[in-house]
Ligand binder design. Structure first.
Ligand SMILES: [Zn+2]
Length: 321
């Protein structure tokens, strides 16, 4: 029959969809509950019953923010939600008596390309999401790179500047995400402002106060603000450094890029990113850089892909009724 339920747990939105024969046929969403794990599980179950109640389906694929423990099927910590230790896999499995495949959102984004997207015929690809944080997923030799506990996607914590004093949310110094994760961009802009010798533009004034949000940054750059344009280039250079590390780690044929910051500002990011990458990668060369196939729905499609064609390492720890 080929009908699966896909669940995407984001920092802001919780989304559930039903896929039949690889096509999305219905979906619904709500705000991700912030009260605690049981509310989250209840909300997911409620959405699934609303969409698929009475209808039969084969399995459930869940893609969540935060680090996982695949073996126990638990989301260890959900950044931006303020809680962790969510026993997602077994709770949903017991509720619906179906196989449940749990994965991380960045891994799901990569698997979406391999199973359902433009990466179908590509054995080596990576996915980078530029949003609140910086996430990476990779498919190498046709297999999703998963890791011991399901967290082999943390390349956002690659060091892009070994002399940096900029501290990342994870505790380390000089990490890719510490510079360019959406929540860190105001701090990066403030850092750039402290070194700026040019005119004190409107974007400069906001940056100096630590309040140049990603939305303001890109819209002011588009309007021609010289300081904003400079910060955008600075951030593009950081992305180029991180993505060049990705190239040597995974040797991808194509890197698919998504996340709201990229999806809404591709014109300001991609051309410079490719030029800067040429300087960093040397003999390895710049792979194809492409917009991800499913845009804002990338992780939802990834959750579906995980249920439709479970990656080996995730199938091993699936809930089995
Ligand atoms: Zn970090």
């Amino acid at each position: 029959m080929g009908r699966v339920v896909a669940v995407d747990i984001g920092a802001t939105n919780l989304r559930v969809a039903v896929f039949e024969n690889d096509k999305l046929i219905s979906h619904s969403r709500t705000q991700t509950p912030r009260a605690g794990p049981q509310d989250l599980i209840n909300a997911i179950a409620h959405l699934i019953r609303g969409l698929a109640g009475g209808e039969d389906f084969d399995s459930i694929g869940v893609a969540s923010i935060g680090p996982l423990d695949l073996k126990s099927g638990v989301v260890l910590w959900a950044p931006n939600l303020g809680y962790g230790n969510v026993s997602l896999r077994d709770s949903l499995g017991r509720e619906f008596r179906r196989p449940v495949y749990l994965t991380n959102d960045a891994l799901a984004g990569a698997w979406a390309e391999k199973v359902l997207g433009s990466g179908k015929d590509v054995d080596d690809l990576a996915y980078v999401t530029m949003s609140t944080g910086l996430g990476v997923g990779a498919v190498v030799d046709g297999n999703l790179v998963v890791g011991r506990r399901g967290n082999a996607h943390e390349l956002g914590h690659a060091v892009v500047n070994f002399e940096s004093s900029l501290r990342c949310g994870c505790g380390g110094l000089g990490h890719w995400e510490a510079y360019v994760g959406g929540r860190n961009i105001p701090r990066t802009a403030q850092h750039v402002a402290s070194l700026w010798k040019g005119d004190r533009t409107r974007a400069y004034e906001l940056a100096a106060q630590g309040s140049l949000s990603p939305e303001l940054l890109y819209s002011m750059a588009r309007q021609g603000d010289e300081f904003a344009k400079y910060v955008v280039s600075y951030i593009n250079r950081v992305h180029a450094a991180g993505m060049s590390t990705l190239v040597t780690a995974y040797d991808p044929e194509v890197i698919f890029v998504g996340g709201s910051i990229f999806l809404y500002n591709e014109d300001l990011i991609k051309p410079e990113l490719v030029e800067y990458m040429k300087e960093y990668v040397g003999v390895f060369g710049v792979p194809r850089i492409e917009r991800c196939t499913f845009g804002d729905d990338q992780v939802l499609y990834g959750a579906a892909a995980t249920a439709i064609n479970p990656p080996r390492a995730i199938a091993k720890y699936a809930y089995r009724p």
